[in-house]
Design a protein around this ligand. Structure first.
Ligand code: NAP
Ligand code: G4F
Length: 320
């Protein structure tokens, strides 16, 4: 039986990936960090089917112990300080977890079984930042615009370096923004769909938002974790861009979400400078043709379907 170790199993992607791997018959193990209030909400429904291990991306000894104990066939490194604005408030913590943390996971694998354990790194389209070309593919140069983006560039290249230095099977998935009803409420799509549901139900007055002109290539997290798994099933380790190939503005997102509940977005939305960033990534648009060709990967959920699915889930969650 194949086994997988997922760091970041309590996050959005970790929960969908755990479901996918369980469906494929894997023994699924996850890394969780200690907190005074345990909230494993996203994986609570899987509690009796997965095994959780306490470790932290900042602590090599704990990671090595878990890798030794589990000896998985595949490690998916999804753990990160993943919210871009926080990376300006806590740049050192972000570097420690999101950049150096990748080296710690790679070192744990190198010490235990560098040739037998496959490694997936959750790289990000944020690495493209101030984009040098559009759409962005695997050879587009990086120009990150936040401490988070800079940390992800480190994580990307240290993965490439361990592959080239030690012959490890390590791949980097350069994933564009992906969302779901399990997305954290601080990220703009979920912030919008939750606000729309609450406004519709009379629980909130308005949506306060930042840059409406920012453009992103948004997809569904359930589709994107399939690409992660496919990347580790190939004969040769290679990096892939995973994206929908379609770009929308934050304004489109807000309009589609309000339209879905029959409200006029302009009457309920207020722009607030508090949500503007010191340096913005104006646009991201991915070219996933390599993933389509080599992995046979295709996204199944469109942007409009995704936003409606998220609004419906938030209506339900808020008692609608
Ligand atoms: P998420 O929901 O923010 O989940 C992050 C996970 O990392 C959580 O399980 C969190 O645990 C864990 N974590 C944070 N610091 C840790 C530490 N020091 N030690 C151990 N675990 C730690 O993120 P996501 O959206 O699922 O994204 C998964 C990965 O893909 C991240 O690396 C993210 O940067 C990257 N990515 C995401 C997107 C996207 O659009 N979602 C796109 C490209 C790349 P707690 O529950 O304890 O906080
Ligand atoms: O939803 P966001 O916070 O996501 P962002 O910064 O693109 O990062 C996400 O995607 C990356 C992949 O490209 C991941 F690596 C990363 O971990 C994370 O998952 O913001 C999207 C856009 C930005 O341009 C932001 O300025 O929306 C704009 N925006 C406008 N108003 C807002 C808001 N973002 C947030 N969070 N909140 C607002 O009120």
């Amino acid at each position: 039986m194949k086994s997988a170790l997922i760091t970041g199993i309590t996050g959005q992607d970790g929960s969908y990936l755990a479901e996918l791997l369980l469906d494929k018959g894997y023994a699924v193990h996850g890394v969780v960090r200690r907190s005074s209030t345990e909230s494993f909400e996203r994986v609570a429904h899987l509690a009796d089917r997965i095994t959780l291990h306490q470790a932290d991306l900042n602590d090599l000894a704990s990671l090595t112990t878990v890798v030794q104990e589990v000896h998985p066939s595949e490690v998916y490194n999804l753990a990160a300080q993943s919210f871009v604005p926080t990376s300006w408030k806590q740049p050192l913590l972000t570097s420690d977890i999101t950049a150096i943390g990748v080296t710690r996971v790679l070192e744990a694998i190198r010490l235990v079984d560098p040739k037998g354990i496959k490694f997936y790194q959750a790289s990000s389209s944020e690495m493209f930042g101030k984009v040098r070309e559009s759409p962005q593919n695997e050879s587009t140069p990086f120009h990150p615009r936040s401490p988070y983006g800079v940390a992800k560039v480190y994580g990307h290249f240290i993965t490439v370096n361990y592959r080239e230095s030690y012959g490890m099977y390590g791949v980097s998935g350069i994933l564009f923004n992906h969302e779901s009803p399990r997305r954290g409420k601080e990220f703009v799509p979920r912030k919008v769909t939750d606000a729309v549901a609450r406004i519709k139900l009379g629980l909130q007055k308005e949506l306060r938002i930042g840059n409406l002109e920012a453009r992103r290539d948004w997809g569904y997290a359930g589709d994107y974790v399939r690409a992660m798994w496919l990347m580790l099933q190939q004969e040769r380790p290679e990096d892939f861009v995973v994206a929908s190939g379609k770009m929308h503005t934050v304004r489109d997102l807000v309009r589609i979400a309000f339209d879905h509940v029959g409200l006029d977005w302009q009457k309920h939305t207020v722009q607030d400078p508090k949500f503007m960033r010191p340096a913005e990534v104006d646009l991201l648009l991915g070219d996933a043709s390599k993933a389509r060709r080599v992995l046979g990967w295709e996204p199944e959920v469109s942007f409009e379907q995704l936003i409606r699915m998220m609004v419906d889930a938030d209506l339900k969650r808020n008692g609608g």
